[in-house]
Design a protein around this ligand. Sequence first.
Ligand code: ZN
Ligand code: ZN
Length: 235
Amino acid sequence: MSLALKVLSFFFPELCHSCGNPLKPEESLFCAECRKSLKRVRVYCRRCGELFSEELPSWLEERELFGCKFCEAEKVYLDRVFLGFRYAEPISQLIERAKFEGDFVLAYKLGRLLRLALPSLPFDFDLACAVPLSVERLRERGYNQAELMLWGYLGKRPKSNPLRRVKHTRPQTELSRKERLENVKSAFSVEENVAGLKVLLFDDVMTTGATLRECAKALKKAGAREVVAIALARA
Ligand SMILES: [Zn+2]
Ligand SMILES: [Zn+2]
């Protein structure tokens, strides 16, 4: 951190979004104490990201459940899914702001928060990329929030993104599960050589997983060896 930034943060420290106490320079959005109370997603299929009932007995919660009815029935191109928080307050509100209110610094901070809250998430891969926006939406918004989150998560700017969104899709939130699948079908193409690579694929919110699966499909068809997905939040 530069001296000017250190001086600034000494006089004007950022405050915790939950308790309002000043944050330490290494913290992001929430103090260490409040970070612990953020709602996490615990019970899900580590292969496809499908949620299991939160009513499962607690001894089962911490076990890594790998494979489910859903990924048995359908070809899932993902090899592993890691989910961060539940799409609930206060995280959901912060994501909305990062997405729709032009707060791109917040997007970066959310990525940092994910890294701090879940240090066990993977960090070994050949290539990291975010789910891309269409050219139209990127022009409208000015930035891809998922890419900035990934930047915060990695602590460095991700290299060029091999994925392109070649179809301008409707926002997934407006659609039913079936429509979502149709909506993102063949929406992505891979424009760089990914043959033999282990790819980390990042998105802000996973809802049905259709978008992540479609991206993984494009990457696998282009020869990627492994696709591991991380979503900041799960709806
Ligand atoms: Zn706090
Ligand atoms: Zn599954």
